[in-house]
Every structure is written in C-alpha cells, then in structure tokens.
Ligand binder design. Sequence first.
Ligand code: NAP
Length: 383
Amino acid sequence: MINLTLLGATGSIGQSTLSVVDLHPQTFNVFALSANTNWQQMLSLCEQYQPSFAVMTDEAAAEQLSQQLQNDTTVLSGAKALETIASHADTDQVMAAIVGAAGMASSLAAAKAGKRIMLANKESLVLAGDIFMQAVKDNNAELIPVDSEHSAIFQCLQGGTSGLNKIQLTASGGPFLHTPLSELTNITPDQACAHPNWSMGRKISVDSATMMNKGLEVIEAHYLFNLPAEKIDLVMHPQSIIHSSVYFDDGSTLSQMGNPDMRTVISYAMSYPQRIASGVEALDLTQNSPLEFYAPDFNKFSCLRLAFEALKQGGSAMGTINAANEVAVASFLDEKIKFLDIAKIIEKTLEDSSHFYPTCLSEVIENDQTARLIASKLTQSYV
Ligand SMILES: NC(=O)c1ccc[n+]([C@@H]2O[C@H](COP(=O)([O-])OP(=O)(O)OC[C@H]3O[C@@H](n4cnc5c(N)ncnc54)[C@H](OP(=O)(O)O)[C@@H]3O)[C@@H](O)[C@H]2O)c1
C-alpha cells in the first residue's frame, strides 16, 4: 500500500486525486488530508477515507471538525501541522495541492523529508525555486509535476534531454482568447472563471483568464527542467488537446495529448513510472478537429509579459509578482477592482519593490509579505 498525504484535499486537484484513489483502493491508502476552513467537506472525507490525520489550518475549523468527528482520525490545526503530515515517516507520497503561497512550506517539508512530491502548487517553485530544487536534490526527493503542461514535458523527456532545443507550453488562452482588449474592462468574476476547457478553483481560473497562470508556469518550467527563459516557448491552442511539446535539434517534436482532465496528470504522478487507469476517456481526435494554434499576444495579456520580465530579473522578482497577483486576484474576486487592474497592480508592485536574491525561506516569506503590503496599498487606489 502506498500511503498518500493529500494537501488541499477539499480543492479541485484534491477531489480529482481522491477520484483516482477510488479506482485503486488496493494500491493507495489515504494517510493524511488537509484543508483550510472547509471542515464540513473534511468531515465527510474523514468519514469516507478514515485517514490517520486531518489537518485544518484554520483553528476554529479544526475545533469544529474535532467536535463532529466520530472516528480515530487525529485532528491537527495550524500551518505547521501541514509540514508534520508532509514529512511524516509513514507518508510515501505527498500531493501538494494547496492554492497559493500558503502551500510553499509544506511542499518544502516534503522535499526535505525525501518524499515523492506531486507538485500542483506551482507557487512553491515561483517563490522559492532555487531553495526548493536544492532541497529536492540534497534529500533525494522525487519531484513529479502535476500541471498538465509540465507533466506533458516530463513525459516527452522520458527518453532524455539529448539534443533538446526548446520546450513549448501550450495555453488555451482562457475565456478571453478572442476578446479584444477594449472589451475586457468590465469583465465580472463569473465571466473570468468560466474557463472553456478546464474546471478549476476560482483563483487559478482568474489566472488563466489573465494568463498569469501561464506566466507562473513558465517560471515553474524554468526550475523543473533547468532551462533559461529563451528556451521556453508558448503557443495558444484553444482546444487544450496538445498539453505541451518538446523540440529537438534533429527537427523532431514530441507532444503529449489527451482530453483536458487533471486525473490523467494526477494518476501519472501517483503511478510513475507505471501507468494506471485514471477514469479519463481516451482521446478521439475525430471529435476534436480542427486543432488550432496561435502566437501569444503579449500586449493583451500583459501578465504574461510581466512573468517573463520577472523570470529574467530572477531572485525576489518572481515572488513579488506572485504576491501582487494573489492580492489583486482576491480583490477582483471580491469585486473591488476591475479585471484589467490586476496587471497594473502587479506591474507597479514590481517597480516599487526592492530586488534581491533570497537565500532562505524566511527571506522568501519576508519578500512575499512586503510585496503583499505594497500591492494591498495599490489596490486601495483602484477601489
Ligand atoms: N485545478 C487545476 O486544474 C490545477 C491545474 C494545475 C495546477 N493547479 C494548482 O494546484 C493548486 C491547487 O489548485 P486548485 O484549483 O485545486 O485550488 P482550489 O480548488 O481553490 O483548492 C485549494 C485547496 O487549498 C486549501 N487552502 C486554501 N487556502 C489555504 C491556506 N491558506 N492554507 C492551507 N490550505 C489552504 C483549500 O482548503 P479550503 O477548501 O478549506 O479552503 C483547498 O483544499 C494551485 O497551486 C493551482 O495553481 C491546479
């Protein structure tokens, strides 16, 4: 039995992970689960999966869960408890699927404990890529991407990197691929969250609409595959059938295809190097043609340009744009700022922040907090 710790169990990736577990009850045991505030959903998950540990980072939610839970699951609370279950001696695999910077410390704890980390929380790499990759290396941890593009590249590189020319991430373009810039001013949160192909949490859905998600993925790819920005290309592909491609010097291009469903990516990370059933139907190319491809529009999607700028600056710049984005997206979802203000707040936060090279997690966290303060102040001026 493989003992699984699932961080972010009540989220979109968390739920898809559990649906893969349901298909393979003889292989995977749900050892620990975590959520933030949603104790009601956690209660039903604990009743169904009987994990050894359930962590609620929110203390009041942990209290509620403890009162209601009638089984042997140990309920823990607070952010430190995430690190406890991520690094627990009985944990074999850690699905790191907390949204945002809040997921960074527990991913790092899993890396330091030498676990298999199935990394959905791209923020761990965006904020602390150098520190995180070093921890993976030093502790012989196993890092498997849980992002459709990075999983595709990981799969295409199973034959090695000899003659690798560049990688190309595909981007669906989200709900506004063909919407002119002039019509993006009064976009509502519900419109921004209506992704045409993928069903995801609200924060990442807005990131897809602004294309900041793709920008963060470029940074994620830089660390995962150890490539400079110049070797990371983008192509818009609205059908999300080709998940990404790898180009070689001999003129060959390898791509990975499939229906857009994260269960394929998740099951691959859980079973690698084997493949197991995920519940996703096989692709029928006759139902998906024509496949379309376009060059990205860096003018309309200025978040994409900002992410490349931050990657080229390196160091704290990547954490700065991530923090500013989280603040701005939360304000947009609360209907306090407009859709196009998100990129403006990120750009100004980057300009107003000092730039340095963090050497430890506390410097990463300090930069994250400073950038959040700057972005929050800026947000006030757009309300
Ligand atoms: N969804 C996708 O298809 C997809 C694809 C690729 C990568 N990703 C990445 O995977 C991660 C998760 O995305 P998602 O769409 O699954 O997010 P989501 O649906 O919003 O779920 C987020 C999970 O994190 C928990 N959480 C939220 N804030 C937290 C905090 N401060 N401390 C601890 N836990 C917290 C939530 O608990 P509560 O329910 O209690 O709030 C929930 O379990 C993100 O980094 C995203 O970029 C997602």
